[in-house]
Design a protein around this ligand. Structure first.
Ligand SMILES: [Zn+2]
Length: 107
């Protein structure tokens, strides 16, 4: 089989999959020897989703609305995400703009 992106040769192997920085383990996949793209098998995709659900990571990324508080903007952090990063009320966090499209919050 060839890579759908660069037409490079695909090799079989096991690839570690991470979600939200947490390893879900290694899964069978095809790897492009040219561009490095990873194509997980259908069985792997199911396994990855199962493991992600087990670890409570599945569907953790959520949409939230920006509100206005005085002159600042406020973003509500969903309960599941707050619990995941162990964030409590009154806690001081560091907010870092990553680029023009992304903000990161260090807990
Ligand atoms: Zn490729």
């Amino acid at each position: 089989m060839k890579c759908i992106f660069c037409n490079g040769e695909l090799k079989r192997g096991e690839v570690e999959h991470k979600e939200l920085g947490i390893s879900l383990g290694k899964f069978p996949a095809s790897l492009c020897s040219k561009c490095g793209e990873v194509f997980f098998d259908e069985v792997s995709v199911d396994g990855i989703q199962k493991k992600s659900k087990e670890l409570g990571l599945f569907g953790l990324a959520k949409k939230t609305k920006v509100a206005k508080v005085g002159n600042s903007l406020a973003i509500r952090i969903p309960k599941e995400i707050a619990e995941f990063v162990n964030l409590k009320k009154e806690e001081v966090v560091k907010i870092i703009p990553k680029n023009h499209k992304e903000i990161s919050i260090e807990v």
